[in-house]
Structure formats: structure tokens, C-alpha cells
Design a protein around this ligand. Structure first.
Ligand SMILES: N[C@@H](CCC(=O)N[C@@H](CS)C(=O)NCC(=O)O)C(=O)O
Length: 251
């Protein structure tokens, strides 16, 4: 018998109803908000959106997409990139995780994700972009790239982690005292990197080389909302192992 988590993970397209779930039509009739996330349990991008919604206290429906067999709704809502996550708010689709986070922040005040000060906001966007464009790209290359380019890719990861190490120095979170926009985007370093390291059998982020970032990983992964939103580590490691093997076979 599958437990709820197992069901949630393996469900091809399944709506996880919040405990106070009311049907979409009933909600519409009551003038309430319809918030639906098209995502995947293992995607670091859709996890970002779930963390933001939970920090804001927004109820949402979750649709588990099968990336190998995308639903007609996903293709309709994100016809250009055809990727998850897509947040659909009252019938209007928003693609791209960082853009979705900004939308969530502007739509539901409450817990602020981005700082108020314009310069701080600009720098938060800078670091979030750096994490996706540079950090994530180098981690992907080190994990899945050709073996003869791996050493160089690992060096690149080290360089990028050192930039983050400098940025987090003297702070509890990238967002200051609380988890914010950059922390959520940095979930690739905060949670996924550990599973990738285990799958690869190679450490990248170490206490010796990156003491402040290492401490941040601990703080981040132990925050309540973040902790509740981790995908199961063993399944993630298995997934990365399969991906790494497939990449090696095709390189
Ligand atoms: N830049 C996008 C990246 C999203 C992304 O890469 N999603 C992956 C799953 S983790 C996807 O949908 N891949 C399907 C495909 O490439 O066909 C974001 O931040 O939302």
C-alpha cells in the first residue's frame, strides 16, 4: 500500500489538496483565489515556488507533471519553454521560477521575500541570477559533463561557491535574519548539492573551504518550512545516480 508521500511522488498528475481544500468552482463562486502549481516533486525550480507559497501561507493545488510526457495544460500554459514550474493564479499562467517568486511577493504581502530597499532588491536579483547562470550551470557541468572536462568544471564550482561564501559572511541568511528570495533560489546549494555529491561520490562544498556557506546550509535546511519541503533525500540521490549514469553513457 502506497503511503501519502509515495503516492504524491509517483502520481502522474495528481492534485495534492490542502487540508482545507474546496473545489475550484466552489472557490470561484465564493470569490476566492485559485492558485495551482504545475511542478515536479524533485524539481529544485518548482520547490522554490512551493517554499514561497508556504512562507506566504497561500493554499494551492499541486499538479505533478511527468516531464517525459507533458500535459496539454503545461504546454498550453508555458508554450515557449514547455517547462515546469508554472503557477496559474485565477486562470493566468506565470512561468519561470524566479519570476514566479517575484509575482508571489508582489501579489501577497505578508512575509517579504525581497528586501524593501531598491539597491538591496537589485543585489538580491543579481545573486539569484548568479546562482542560476553560474553556480547551477557549473554544478550541472561537473555532474553530467564529459569526464575529461570534469576537473575544470569542479574548479569552476569551487570558484562560484567561494563567491557565495563571501556574500553570506556575517549573515545568518542571504536575506539577513530570515530566509528570503536568494535563500530560496539557492536551494540548489542548500539541499540539492548534498544529494548530487552523494550520487557523484565527490564533495564540492566543504566546511574547510566554505565555513560560512556550510553553516548557512545547516541553518537553511533546518528552517521549519524548508525542512518540511525537502524532497526525500534517498529518492533524490537515486534520481541523480541514474541521470549521471545516463550522461556518462552518452558522453
Ligand atoms: N529557468 C527555469 C528552469 C525550469 C526547468 O529547467 N524545469 C525543468 C524541470 S527541473 C523542465 O521542466 N524540464 C523539461 C524540459 O526541459 O523539457 C525556471 O527557473 O523555472
Amino acid at each position: 500500500k502506497k503511503d501519502a508521500l509515495e503516492h504524491w511522488i509517483s502520481g502522474k498528475r495528481r492534485i495534492c489538496k490542502p487540508s482545507t481544500y474546496i473545489s475550484t468552482s466552489a472557490r470561484r463562486m465564493a470569490g476566492q483565489q485559485e492558485v495551482t502549481l504545475y511542478g515536479s516533486w524533485r524539481s529544485r525550480f518548482s520547490r522554490r515556488v512551493e517554499i514561497a507559497l508556504k512562507l506566504k501561507g497561500i493554499s494551492y493545488d499541486f499538479i505533478q507533471e511527468d516531464i517525459q510526457n507533458k500535459s496539454a495544460d503545461l504546454l498550453k500554459y508555458n508554450p515557449i519553454h514547455k517547462k515546469i514550474p508554472v503557477l496559474v493564479h485565477n486562470g493566468k499562467p506565470i512561468p519561470e521560477s524566479q519570476i514566479i517568486l517575484e509575482y508571489i511577493d508582489e501579489t501577497w504581502p505578508g512575509y517579504p521575500l525581497l528586501p524593501q530597499d531598491p539597491y538591496d532588491r537589485a543585489m538580491a536579483r543579481f545573486w539569484a541570477k548568479f546562482i542560476d547562470d553560474k553556480c547551477l550551470a557549473s554544478i550541472v557541468k561537473a555532474s553530467y559533463g564529459p569526464v575529461d572536462e570534469q576537473e575544470k568544471a569542479f574548479e569552476e564550482v569551487q570558484k562560484n561557491l567561494s563567491y557565495l561564501e563571501k556574500e553570506i559572511q556575517g549573515k545568518k541568511f542571504f536575506g539577513g535574519e530570515c530566509v528570503g528570495f536568494v535563500d530560496i533560489v539557492a536551494n540548489i546549494v542548500g539541499y540539492y548539492l548534498g544529494a548530487i555529491e552523494e550520487a557523484l561520490g565527490q564533495e564540492m562544498l566543504t566546511k574547510e573551504k566554505h565555513p560560512c556557506l556550510y553553516e548557512w546550509v545547516h541553518e537553511y535546511t533546518n528552517c521549519n518550512i524548508i525542512k518540511e519541503n525537502h524532497p526525500p533525500r534517498d529518492r533524490l540521490v537515486d534520481y541523480f545516480k541514474t541521470q549521471i549514469q545516463a550522461a556518462r553513457a552518452s558522453n
